[in-house]
Write a protein that binds this ligand. Sequence first.
Ligand SMILES: NC(=O)c1ccc[n+]([C@@H]2O[C@H](COP(=O)([O-])OP(=O)(O)OC[C@H]3O[C@@H](n4cnc5c(N)ncnc54)[C@H](O)[C@@H]3O)[C@@H](O)[C@H]2O)c1
Length: 345
Amino acid sequence: MENSKPVGVVLVGCGGRGVGAHGAAAVRSAKLNLIAVCDLDDQRREAAAQQLGVEGVKDYHDLLRRPDVQATIVATNAKYHAPIALDAIQAGKHVLIEKPLAEDAATARPLADAAEARGVIGMVGYQLRFSEFAGVFHEEAAGVDPIQALMTIQRGPMGPQYFFADHYGGVVDTATHTIHLALWAMGGEPEAVYGSTHRGTVRGDQTIEAMNLMIEYDGGARTATVVSSMFGMQAANLVQVIGRRGHVSSTDRKTLHIVTHEGIGPGPRNVAGLRARTVDTSGGMDVSTDRMLEHFADLITGVATVQEGATLREGMYAVAMTGAMVQAAASGRRVALASILGTGE
Ligand SMILES: NC(=O)c1ccc[n+]([C@@H]2O[C@H](COP(=O)([O-])OP(=O)(O)OC[C@H]3O[C@@H](n4cnc5c(N)ncnc54)[C@H](O)[C@@H]3O)[C@@H](O)[C@H]2O)c1
């Protein structure tokens, strides 16, 4: 069913991400009507209300009672995502929740369950999904039938606000986008995780400064590995999927090298129908938040019927990965996801 009226949306959390990305994109979009912004911090709330030209409200519960509010964007700090989003879902509001979906996988799971049960749209703010690069990469990766993924996101030192000991802090704050890309490209349900972390070199605290994560599928027959650190200034980064029918890789998250074949046998050149090609994409994540919000609106009005953005269940798996990685690093053992998700084992 198509609805030409813009979707009434509110923003909870007036930090840089909330106002600069979501608030600004909502105001730019003809498909959304930003009704109000909400923050517990008076200064932040008032500055955001003024900048975006909308009402400022202190308590998000007041917004959830309003019938003109159809959707809520949750862009608070991670530990408040779940309680706010759960209240919004229970009030029948569609939710777009920033990454990481929740503090841990056990908290994320009821969110995914609740949105599915209540029949509201739930999306996680992995805006990379809406970049041309990720779209082409995902499609080409599916075409080669993935067996292995290797993705690195090496970067320089991060700002003081990222220095805290939780599994989603430090270098994981940005690596979560790459972890999500790896999960999306591999397809299927991850089963277990091996991991290691490095802490304490930059500031002498427990912030994760480097991480290695290996994700197992199909009893270990398929794996995805994500490597990241804040010691990798100017290091080259790789995004690569190797599959039964070829491989896809990029060293700049813009140009993709794709090699496909029709079958391989033993022997150095025993490859049938080998074909190589290069696809250039626009790369970048700059316009992706706008696209993510417009798609969110299209899903609500029924213009789009298939969700392209990350579901809450996908967000739950991304959170589960880093929680499990930290457990694996501490114990030196493989961690089954069922134990992290509270579904058994
Ligand atoms: N997708 C991306 O690329 C991307 C980029 C940056 C940040 N983020 C994510 O966006 C979220 C916000 O990041 P940020 O840097 O803007 O954070 P921030 O800490 O600057 O802002 C969060 C705001 O939420 C407010 N808040 C907390 N609890 C509240 C409540 N109960 N009601 C109302 N307001 C409340 C705080 O007062 C604060 O102003 C985080 O989850 C972060 O990981 C995503």
